[in-house]
Design a binder for this molecule. Structure first.
Ligand SMILES: Cc1cc2nc3c(=O)[nH]c(=O)nc-3n(C[C@H](O)[C@H](O)[C@H](O)COP(=O)(O)O)c2cc1C
Length: 223
């Protein structure tokens, strides 16, 4: 029986309270909460709805230890009850995969012949030109991180802390977890209940440093 869980922290508070946890207690994440984190995470948007993200859910201690060794021995990897190896699959440009996205849209009642034809011709063309990115890995990372960001917020709303990590050796992770050549490791995401030392809020730049008005560097102000 699937138990439905309800978040205990609202969206705004979850965003404000989330910190990248540096240490975790061993307590497991309830299955129903993990399911919410994973399934809501993949509600993130993606170009052409191609959903290039793939996640390896690592929870066995021996595998977390193996992953920790590929992650400059960062303690959160071995401590967290669950660590996701967050990947992007570059094979999403293959026609067979595009067809599966079309079928998905048909099943959802959101596809017609003209849109299906549009996808069949435009997706290969888009990736042949790719004027908005340099490499396919850039494109898959763009999307995978969005799903990861969703997961960090959903997790916090259920009282689960997280730590996104780029401190790992990609080649080692790929070999240890049998990740295909056409799949890139975007980041790791440790999930669990935090323990001391708790991470302090490091601050964020004020909005006038990061938001511009109509063109780069032009001051933006809230009226
Ligand atoms: C893409 C990415 C990679 C990161 N890599 C690591 C990492 O390898 N190890 C780590 O302890 N924290 C890592 N962090 C966490 C950041 O240090 C942390 O998010 C940042 O200091 C801001 O703190 P806050 O998230 O608690 O607000 C990473 C965060 C992001 C988004």
């Amino acid at each position: 029986m699937v138990v439905k869980m309800h978040p205990s922290i609202g969206l705004v508070e979850a965003i404000k309270q989330r910190r990248a946890a540096r240490s975790f207690r061993g307590d497991p994440i309830p299955e129903a909460i993990l399911q919410e984190i994973l399934e809501l995470g993949i509600q993130a948007p993606s170009g052409f709805n191609l959903q290039p993200w793939r996640f390896i859910v690592v929870s066995k201690q021996e595998n977390k230890d193996k992953l920790q060794a590929c992650a400059f021995n960062q303690r959160q990897v071995g401590e967290a009850p669950v660590v996701l190896i967050c990947c992007g699959d570059r094979r999403i440009t293959q026609m067979e995969y595009i067809t599966s996205v079309i079928h998905l849209g048909e099943d959802a009642g959101a596809m017609n012949d003209s849109y299906a034809n549009y996808l069949r011709s435009n997706i290969p063309e888009f990736f042949a030109n790719h004027s908005s990115f340099e490499t396919m890995e850039t494109w898959t990372n763009r999307h995978t991180m969005l799903a990861v960001a969703y997961m960090t917020i959903v997790a916090k709303s259920f009282g689960i802390d997280s730590c996104p990590m780029e401190g790992f050796d990609s080649a080692q992770v790929k070999e240890a977890f049998q990740i295909p050549e056409e799949v890139d490791v975007c980041c790791l995401l440790a999930l669990g209940y935090p323990q001391e030392p708790f991470k302090q809020y490091g601050g964020r730049f004020p909005s006038d440093r990061v938001f511009f008005n109509e063109k780069y560097n032009a001051p933006f102000q809230f009226s």
